[in-house]
Structure formats: C-alpha cells, structure tokens
Design a protein around this ligand. Structure first.
Ligand SMILES: Cc1cc2nc3c(=O)[nH]c(=O)nc-3n(C[C@H](O)[C@H](O)[C@H](O)COP(=O)(O)OP(=O)(O)OC[C@H]3O[C@@H](n4cnc5c(N)ncnc54)[C@H](O)[C@@H]3O)c2cc1C
Length: 504
C-alpha cells in the first residue's frame, strides 16, 4: 500500500459549504484536500444565489419562529437554534472580515451597517446581499481563499465517484480526473456536493446537480431523511435558454403576481399574499397557470432597474420585456432533505460528514425559508470543518476502477436521463398523486436496474452521475409514496383538485 494517496480531511464539493469546511479545518492546521467536479465557479448553486444570506437582527427568537412557520412547524427546533445562534458570528468572521464580501451597505443605524433586504415569510428585513448576485461575490472570494491557502490542496474538475468503506466506517473516496480513477484515503470525508436539480426537467440549479453525495452516502449505508421535501421556486422564467430565477427579494419590495386575466390572485390563497411561504406561492402559481394559461410577475410598483440592476441586465439579455410583466412558472430549486447529520455535520457512518444542501440538518423541515441555505452551508460547513480533523487516514487494498471498460454510448446516458427527468417532472413534482408516485417508482426501479448493469463493468463520470441521479430519484419517489400527509412541499392531490378565483 506504499504510495497510496491520503489526506487528513477530504472535502467533496466547492460551494459555500465545502469551502467553509475547508477554511475551518485548515484553521486547526489540518491537512485538507478539497475535490470539486466543477470546471468553473458557475457549476455550484452557491454562485447563482441571488437574494442573499439571512442573519439575526434585533430579535433572534422571531427569526427562529419565521423558519419554523415557513416549514409548517416541521423544522427541528434544536437545529434552528444552532443556525440562528451561530449566524451572526459566522457571517461576521468569515464573510465580512475574512473574505470581505462587499455587501450593500445601509443607513449607518445598525450594528451591522448593511442594506438589509426582505423576502417572503420573513418578519423583517434581515437579508444581507450584494445587489441580486450575492452568491457569485461570496464564492469568488471563497474559491480564491481556498486556492491560496497553503494547507488546502484543491483538485478542480475532479469528481468523487464512490466512498471507500470498511466495516461501517468511511475511509475516503474514489476520485476521477481526466478519465483516471484513484482512491484517496482520509481520516474524515466531508460531502458538500449540493443539490439535485438535474433530476428535473426545469430547475434553477446548474447542470451537474445530480445528488452525488446523497447517492454515495446512501449506497454506503448512511441514513438519509426528508427526501420527499423538494422545494420549487415560484417565480422562474423559463425558455429554451434555460431558467432565470426572479429573486423573492423582488416580491419583498412589492412586486405582485397576476394571472393571464390580469388578476392579482395571491390574496385569495394566503393572507400574506405574495409574501406567503414559498411552497404556498409555488402551488398557487402552478394552479393559476393551469387555470388561466400564464402568470406574470408585475414589477411596476418596484424600482426594478434601481434596486435590481443585475436582474434587469439578465432580463434584457434574454429578451424579456420586464416592464410588461415577467412570465413566471415554478421550477425545482432546493432539496430540504438529504444525508442525516447532527449539529456538527456528523453522518450516521464513522468518518463521514455532510454539509450544505446535500445534508439534512433539520433546519428546513418540509419547506425552507428564503435565504437560509447559504447560511446553513456556512454554519454547518464551519462546524463540520472544526470537528473533522484529528483522525488518521487508514489506507487499505481496494479494487482498481481503472481496469474496466470506459466506453459508454452517449445515447445511453442521454436517453436514461431524459426518461428520469420526464418521470420526476410528471409524477414527483409540486402536486403528487399516490397512483402516479407508484407509477414513478416502477419506472425508476427499472431504470436504476439498467444503469446498475452498466456500472458493474464500466467507470465514467457521466455514468456515475446517472447512477447517482437514479438512486436519488428513487429515494425521493419512495419517501413521497410513503408519506401520506400533505405538509410543506409534499402536496398530495386528487388529479383535478384546484383552488383559486376561477374554481368557484
Ligand atoms: C438560482 C439560485 C438562487 C439561489 N438563491 C439563494 C439565496 O439568495 N440565498 C440562499 O440562502 N440560498 C439560495 N439558493 C440556494 C443555495 O444557493 C444553495 O442551496 C447553496 O449554495 C448550496 O451550497 P452547497 O455548498 O451545499 O452546494 P453548491 O454550491 O451547489 O456546491 C456543490 C459543489 O459540489 C461539487 N460536486 C457535486 N458533486 C460532486 C462530486 N461527485 N465530486 C466532486 N464535486 C462535486 C459541485 O461541482 C459544486 O462545486 C439559490 C440557489 C439557486 C440555484
């Protein structure tokens, strides 16, 4: 085993959660390796975060309550305590003082002198942001920090394919780079692989969001939880060029939703109207689109150009006549569930941690409050990164995955992915009918069987991504089929159920 590659802490993923874990581990003088399959920063959801990052202002208890209310009472109060109580120190220490993120500033009356934004289901303005491009400002600085750090070894364009396990303990992962696959042994392995948007036909997530960490952890035997709670963002513009998220902050400033008849419909669905929790607004937008054909975000009462210049630029690049209302539809956005972890990001297998969107901390319950995901990734990334060092890597003999046939017909992966997305989009979306969920399970089981047959003899990044997507799709569909209670983002319906102005 001489010469086998090893590291004290292996971090998989280079979004906010992976970078935060790397920073915290490196602060303990640990030797850290961060492997990310991203070829460019835009490959992480963190880059695309718009509205910003929520922090605690005068009333932390109200912030906690907002998170719990948005989750329909299902968020874990202990996890929410951790998030809110660690929020301000983490943001101040890392984002403001270490990375010097240029958050928009305010009127000078606050301890944190910033221009706090407001988003749906928040009781007050508490969201730090840089225009509506917060994520790119955060990630650009974070990636530069980890790249420059002498104790953090960054491997770009390097995908983890599988975890290496021994008697219930995780000892590292197989990494693929340029077609070559090698094992790397680690005292602790931290998964920070982000979301699952690639499982759906329409998602705000960047491509490559195939749920790799969740699949690898589940296949290794780690517990996962709340997989049915897939969040759809209510206001996404979609055309053949892909998706463009219109931040909730725009509704926070007064934009309203109208159906194709020009009627404002949200007050009929919820007393908080456009500022109701995300799951409520997403269902209403879907219904109004079904009933009237189209839904528009009317920004005429907002200083859209003044307050959201980045969004205006993106609208204009896409040829959207935003002054006449932006056509919007719900699209997959976030997974509330994931790999079960405790308050320090420890998963149920020794040596394994999970942080960020791939983890289930309990903070989001059945529906996430806006602008709490960057915060969760930061807080849990730091906590896991502090906890992970101190274990010796334990190399061992493992099979050589290079000694296999790398060829995979492109058409195989393309065709399977198309089938998987169609099933998830039709049967496991916002409204869920138990018969359709059963149908989805049948198709997904067959599809996973076909993909597994290839994985037994072949190794390639795209094949493993397909394998991971099929595992995670099954986990989502199974959890949805097993949960007979409509709550938060899990909404069971009779096929022709409808609510709203036209239903009378
Ligand atoms: C358009 C958009 C807007 C959003 N706006 C906000 C907002 O305003 N506020 C907020 O709080 N949240 C927002 N979110 C959600 C938030 O951005 C994400 O949930 C969060 O950034 C996830 O961070 P992460 O570090 O867990 O994952 P990511 O940032 O997605 O990073 C995952 C990383 O893992 C890498 N990776 C994946 N699989 C592998 C593998 N097998 N091997 C190696 N590397 C791998 C990826 O390449 C990527 O680098 C938004 C999301 C989107 C898509």
């Amino acid at each position: 085993m001489a010469g086998q590659e090893s590291t004290e802490v292996l971090i998989v993923g280079g979004g906010i959660a992976g970078c935060a874990a790397a920073l915290a581990s490196a602060r303990t003088d640990a030797e850290v390796t961060l492997a990310t399959k991203a070829r460019r920063p835009e490959d992480a959801s963190t880059w695309w975060a718009q509205g910003g990052i929520a922090i605690s202002r005068d009333d932390p208890e109200q912030f906690k309550q907002d998170i719990i209310d948005a989750s329909a009472g299902t968020a874990d109060p202990e996890a929410v305590d951790v998030l809110v109580e660690k929020a301000n120190d983490a943001v101040r220490d890392v984002l403001v003082e270490t990375l010097e993120v240029p958050f928009d500033t305010g009127d000078g009356n606050d301890d944190f002198d910033f221009d706090f934004g407001r988003e749906a289901a928040h009781d007050e303005e508490r969201i730090l942001h840089v225009d509506a491009s917060t994520g790119s400002y955060v990630l650009e600085r974070f990636l530069a920090f980890v790249d420059d750090h002498p104790d953090i070894h960054v491997l770009d364009d390097t995908a983890a394919l599988d975890l290496i396990t021994h008697e219930g303990e995780v000892r590292g992962a197989y990494l693929e780079s340029g077609g070559d696959v090698r094992p790397i042994f680690a005292g602790a392995t931290v998964l920070a692989t982000g979301g699952v948007g690639d499982l759906y036909p329409e998602s705000t997530n960047p491509s490559g969001s195939t749920g790799d960490g969740i699949a690898m952890a589940a296949l290794a035997g780690a517990d996962v939880a709340d997989m049915e709670f897939v969040q759809f963002h209510p206001t996404v513009y979609v055309d053949e060029g892909g998706t463009l998220l219109i931040s909730e902050a725009v509704r926070g400033e007064g934009a309203i939703l109208q159906n194709a008849y020009g009627e404002r419909f949200m007050p009929a669905y919820d007393e908080d109207a456009e500022l109701a929790p995300r799951d409520v607004v997403a269902r209403a937008v879907k219904r109004e689109r079904d009933l009237s054909g189209e839904v528009f975000l009317d920004v005429s009462e907002v200083d859209f150009a003044g307050q959201f210049p980045d969004l205006v630029e993106q609208c204009e690049q896409r040829g959207i006549d935003w002054e006449s209302g932006i056509p919007v539809t719900p699209a997959q956005h976030f997974l509330c569930g994931g790999i079960s972890v405790d308050g320090r990001g420890r998963a149920s297998l020794d040596g394994l941690y999970a942080v960020g969107e791939c983890a289930h901390t309990g903070v989001h319950g059945a529906n996430r409050l806006a602008s709490t995901s960057l915060l969760e990734g930061l807080v849990w990334g730091l906590r896991a990164g502090e906890d992970a060092p101190g274990r010796e890597p334990m190399p061992m003999d493992v099979p050589d995955l290079n000694d296999r046939d790398p060829a995979l017909p492109d058409s195989f992966a393309r065709e399977k992915f198309t089938r998987l997305r169609r099933v998830m989009g039709e049967y496991v979306d916002i409204d869920r009918d138990p018969d359709e969920l059963d149908r989805a399970l049948g198709v997904l089981r067959r599809l996973k069987g076909e993909v597994d047959a290839y994985v037994r003899t072949r190794t390639s990044r795209s094949l493993y991504e397909l394998r991971n997507a099929s595992v995670v799709a099954l986990l989502i569909a199974r959890a949805a089929a097993e949960n007979d209670e409509s709550v938060g983002t899990h909404n069971l319906v009779e096929p022709e159920e409808s609510v709203g102005l036209h239903a009378e």
